[in-house]
Design a protein around this ligand. Sequence first.
Ligand code: GUN
Ligand code: FE
Length: 425
Amino acid sequence: MAKLLIKNAEIITMNAREEIVKGDLLIEGDKISSVGASIDEENVDQVIDASGRTVIPGFIQTHIHLCQTLFRGKADDLQLMDWLRTRIWPLEAAHDEDSVYISAMLGIGELIAGGSTTIVDMETVHHTNEAFEAIAKSGIRALSGKVMMDKGDDVPAGLQEKTEDSIQESVNLLEKWNGYDSGRIRYAFAPRFVISCTEDLLVQVRDLAEQYGVFVHTHASENRGEIAIVEHDTGMRNIIYLDHIGLAGKKLILAHCIWLTDEEKAIIRKRGVHVSHCPGSNLKLASGIASVPQMAGMGINIGLGADGAPCNNNLDMFNEMRLAALIHKPANGPTAMDAHHVFRMATIDGARAVGMEDEIGSIEPGKKADLAILNMNQFHCSPSFGTDPISRIVYSAISTDVETTIINGKVVMENRLMKTIDKKI
Ligand code: GUN
Ligand code: FE
């Protein structure tokens, strides 16, 4: 089994005691085997000298649209429903196999370069197989699925699909990709949101997700116009409707969850549904500010996501963490969302959201080696900004501070330019 040794690092473990240790990190095969103890360089295959560097668990992005990476800059300054109807849906309808593949590869490159190692991804109606091909080649860990849209008069013809086709294509992709590369890739059903899905489709998704033991990933209660349509169509609040269908459970990830009543939040808590908070997207699309401090206080598990490139303009978890900490301060006080809280959301809480808290999200012996190595010695986040490395990461670090990204024990990105500059210094 290949042995990779990371020497002399500061290791932010995110274990239950949130210990930060200084020392070596040994990876054997795809797993972490030793954290902190000094390890001899002999008998290992590869050594990374991480002197002065900080090793963190790879980020887990709980809501991403790889297929939208190519749309960056093509849908700015709009709110959700206009944004979807006038820009995003026509652009998705125009996708072909090559453009989906390129869009996915560009998105994955950006994610990995910024230290993200796991994504929960929603594709478009067609060509999702190409996105899976990109995920497979790149080495990123992913839960992904084709978007499902069997309802909506305002949806372009190219995206309209029949219920049975939507289900059949999803099952075909699931059977092809779920569990690929020892479970690095998992299928997650992706009904777009309640207003683009018939009840028949949602009921079938519920049964199939249960049958195959996979996750369901959808948007919910992002925008006031959206929830008004849900209430008009179903006579119910969005979350009440999802619960009525029987979809609300531990394998449901809901992106956004901004416009919820206390009753809806209580259902999310009771059923163990996971929320993906996307602050960058919520600001740019003028959707609103989710009541994250309150939901977290109730015990709801909340991860972070950049959403698609056109609703955020980047796929950068450093940006999401910083926004998640900042946007809740004015209404809730400076410690409502402290640095440690948002760093947990980006790592171990994200792992919990995908049901993998025993495998990823922290640096502990026996867990998968999904890591990022940061160089926080540059002026913008020098140690003089504060001594707590987690605060420095959240408030000062940027994605180009990531020098190396490791997934499943494999180095998937090495910023050699940064290393060359370091050597010259
Ligand atoms: N709601 C339905 N579709 C989408 C989408 O593509 N992006 C976002 N942010 N919200 C949605
Ligand atoms: Fe989204």
